[in-house]
Design a protein around this ligand. Structure first.
Ligand SMILES: Cc1cc2nc3c(=O)[nH]c(=O)nc-3n(C[C@H](O)[C@H](O)[C@H](O)COP(=O)(O)OP(=O)(O)OC[C@H]3O[C@@H](n4cnc5c(N)ncnc54)[C@H](O)[C@@H]3O)c2cc1C
Length: 442
């Protein structure tokens, strides 16, 4: 059996690795641009820059299993303890999100109205249907909670717009807690108590650490593809004869199994002649654009805020940048000891034009002056623009997943995976590859 995996991001690389190892198939990968997709690391002038993801949580078991299974554990690194400090920029200053969420409640961060809405939450009736993140937060809490806490997180993690994103498809666990406990606060408190009891009996730590790799995320993708043939070509069409035939810009390829591990809009293009209905369904998935600005500074005299993970923005305070990350504080090996590597995330679904502005350098400098009081000129700058950075799961996402399921059932040998469907994180992508192996093998 010969398997072709289209796309060499973390989804394609993990799928190819697992197909080869677990199903013992002859596998090759077809990639249009460069290995890694969004997971790309660049070493320059003593800095190690992640132009996409920079890590994953230790409690995410699938990616960690793959790290161990593939023998890459010696490359793992853990975030420094300073990176547990995180902030929100609101009302013209940074507010620390301490481990104990109650400390934020009584810090003056929320107004009295916001506090009232918070304490009223356990008495709000649960709602069982899907809704947008904005509808959920407004129903259970308040506009202030949306703008100051949930919105910034949604924007920071998903580059998303809370008024567009589906609760059920992006935060199934939160909806489940609402269903089970009737209230988010009640549910989270009892889950935290359970977790704390388990952690103290196991003498383990309560919160999960962030992990990465010494030489960056791309090193793991490359490791997974070690020993797998990768051809560089852009696939444009698929057809079926005795096997599947893939037509690229440079050549044609045939295989018994084809795995699509490319973005939804790219799948839509390839399938437009083969299955217009599926093509239409996947093309409905929208993408938020983002630019990643990396600045290098001399670390001296920069103030204590840089000794942290970074910060997000109150939705009312966003100009162009939605998050600031102090990468070299989070992980060693990202800059020399006396240097600071900062990444500014620009745009997302709430500021769709921002990543394409011509003065991104000045935008980043101005923001670091306003919110982090960094007035020193940077000694290093590196910019990457992702016109389609992160897929957005809307209220029709479940229908898209059903269409894909139906497509795979009707077309034995064709499979769809990738971050556009079952979660956007690195761990979600790897988990989707483990699930894919079961579908191919089953
Ligand atoms: C700026 C940024 C920061 C992020 N930070 C984090 C983080 O810290 N932690 C985390 O867990 N997640 C993070 N994410 C999300 C995560 O990185 C992505 O969801 C994940 O890397 C996507 O992997 P993928 O393989 O599904 O898709 P991609 O990485 O997009 O890979 C798809 C590949 O397919 C190729 N391709 C496309 N069309 C064709 C074609 N026609 N023929 C052949 N090849 C084709 C592309 O060139 C690409 O290499 C971040 C994302 C971004 C953009």
């Amino acid at each position: 059996m010969k398997a072709a995996v289209i796309g060499s991001g973390i989804s394609g690389a993990s799928a190819a690795y697992l197909i080869k190892k677990k199903l013992k198939c002859d596998v090759f990968v077809i990639e249009k641009q460069s290995i890694g997709g969004k997971a790309y690391s660049v070493e320059r002038d003593g800095y190690l820059i992640e132009t996409g993801p920079n890590g994953f949580l230790e409690n995410k078991k699938e990616i960690l299993s793959l790290v161990y299974e593939s023998g890459f554990e010696s490359e793992l690194i853990k975030a420094n303890s300073d990176s547990k400090r995180r902030f929100i920029y609101s009302n013209g200053r940074l507010w620390e999100l301490k481990d104990n969420p109650l400390s934020l409640l009584f810090s003056g961060f929320f107004s009295l109205g916001g506090l009232y809405a918070f304490f009223r939450e356990p008495f709000v009736r649960p709602f069982f249907e899907d809704e947008t993140v904005e509808e959920f937060v407004l129903r259970r809490f308040s506009k202030e909670m949306l703008d100051k806490l949930i919105g910034p997180m949604v924007c920071g993690v998903f580059a998303g717009d809370p008024s567009y994103m589906s609760m059920e498809s992006n935060f199934p666990r939160i909806k489940e807690i609402e269903r089970r406990y009737g209230s988010l606060i009640k549910g989270l408190m009892s889950l935290m108590a359970e977790k704390k009891a388990k952690a103290s009996s196991a003498k383990g730590s309560f919160s999960a650490d962030l992990l990465s790799f010494k030489k960056g995320i791309l090193s793991f993708v490359r490791h997974l593809l070690d020993g797998v043939d990768v051809v560089f070509d852009k696939i444009g069409e698929i057809s079926k004869g005795d096997r599947f035939h893939l037509k690229g810009l440079k050549d044609s390829y045939s295989a018994d199994i084809v795995v699509f591990a490319i973005p939804a809009y790219a799948i839509a293009d390839v399938l437009s002649g083969y299955d217009p209905d599926v093509s239409r369904a996947v093309s409905s998935i929208e993408y938020a654009p983002m630019a990643v600005l990396s600045f290098g500074f001399d670390r001296k005299w920069l103030g204590s805020v840089v000794d942290s993970f970074g910060y997000l923005f109150d939705l009312n305070e966003i100009e162009d940048i939605i998050g600031v990350l102090f990468d070299s504080t989070i992980f060693q090996h990202r800059a020399k000891e006396d240097k600071l590597l900062v990444r500014c995330m620009v745009g997302g679904a709430l500021r769709k034009d921002s990543p394409f502005k011509s003065n991104l350098f000045q935008i980043g400098i101005k923001e670091l002056q306003r919110s982090a009081s960094i007035f020193r000129p940077p000694e290093f700058f590196y910019k990457v623009v992702h016109p389609k950075a992160i897929p957005q799961y809307s209220l029709n996402h479940k229908d898209v997943l059903n269409t894909i399921k139906d497509f795979e059932n009707r077309n034995r040998g064709l499979f769809i995976t990738g971050n556009a469907f079952w979660g956007i994180s690195l761990n979600d992508c790897v988990k989707a590859s483990y699930n894919l192996i079961e579908r191919i093998g089953g």
